[in-house]
Ligand binder design. Structure first.
Ligand code: DAK
Length: 257
């Protein structure tokens, strides 16, 4: 991997992907996005991985798509390259992905964080969709996911002005899960990851799918979908183990079966 670092066993059941283009502030070129897509596909199939953390390290998450790479592209180039269709691969990942964000998460960087399932941010994090300042607009989910997370007026302000918001503003707006000191970013994200990794991987997958389905369905459709996934958990050994462990007053040992 040229533009990311991957540790599939950072610790038991937890993989860490780190963006690694520091000189370009982790700008998301096509090759980097393909590396993320391929890595997520592998980790999703790896039984030793239950939770994935995606981070840019302590300095910067990602300053957006690589402007230099796309500056002279035509619309047809963009259509043909369709670099951001690789993001559909991220969305298809069944295991939970937590973004650990520090410094700038701008444009495609903010969209990448929002494509993840949760966001832990350091106190230095800055979020924004500044595409408007370079004569374009968000193209990888910014107008949709930001609006769903923060509501119309907040999303409209960020998308139309290109202004950045602080971690505090992102927390108040419902964009992120929590703020942690920058030097503890990975440690605190790992704490959240461990809580999830201790649960039944089967139930986690089904629950993630049901939460995401809330964005694509009416309430009634979503409730039916949820109920079916709930019933499905009863086909797993993990459900039997979880409920037996409760009755026997012990910690469950989930196997993902
Ligand atoms: N792309 C390429 N290089 C970047 C970059 C970017 N997005 N952001 C920063 N860099 C590079 C700078 O050019 C500089 O390189 P050198 O000059 O040293 O060679 C180096 O990183 C350090 O940057 P600065 O010197 O500017 O550092 P500062 O601390 O002064 O400023 C900054 C940091 C993040 C405020 C500033 O760099 C900045 O404004 N960066 C651009 C932020 C931005 O506009 N982001 C949105 C990009 S557009 C698509 C869907 C979506 C998208 C594209 C396609 N499809 C569906 C196909 C998404 C588009 C975007 O994200």
């Amino acid at each position: 991997m040229q533009f990311i670092k991957v540790n599939p066993q950072h610790e038991k059941f937890i993989a860490v992907i780190e963006l690694n283009r520091p000189k370009e502030l982790n700008a998301l070129n096509r090759e980097l996005m393909l590396e993320i897509r391929d890595t997520l596909r592998e980790l999703d199939e790896d039984d030793n991985v239950r939770v994935i953390i995606l981070t840019g390290g302590q300095k910067v998450f990602a300053a957006g798509a690589d402007i230099k790479q796309m500056a002279s592209a035509t619309a047809i180039d963009m259509l043909n390259i369709d670099q951001f269709s690789t993001w559909d691969g991220i969305k298809k990942t069944k295991k939970p992905i937590i973004a650990a964000v520090s410094g700038f998460a701008l444009g495609g960087g903010c969209e990448l964080a929002m494509t993840c399932d949760m966001i832990v941010a350091s106190d230095t994090a800055k979020f924004g969709q500044p595409e408007i300042k370079i004569g374009t607009m968000p193209g990888a989910g910014g107008t949709q996911r930001l609006t769903r997370a923060m509501g119309k007026v907040q999303a409209m302000e960020l998308v139309l002005t290109g202004k950045f918001i602080s971690a505090e503003e992102a927390l108040a707006g419902g964009l992120i899960n929590k703020i942690v000191p920058v030097e503890l970013l990975l440690d605190e994200t790992l704490k959240l990851a461990r809580l999830i990794a201790a649960q039944s991987p089967v139930a986690v997958k089904l629950a993630k799918e049901a939460v995401n389905n809330a964005f694509n369905s009416t309430l009634d459709e979503g409730l039916i979908f949820e109920r079916k996934n709930f019933y499905l958990t009863f086909a797993s050994a993990d459900q039997k183990e979880g409920m037996a462990a409760f009755v026997e007053k012990r910690v469950p040992d989930f196997k993902g079966k």
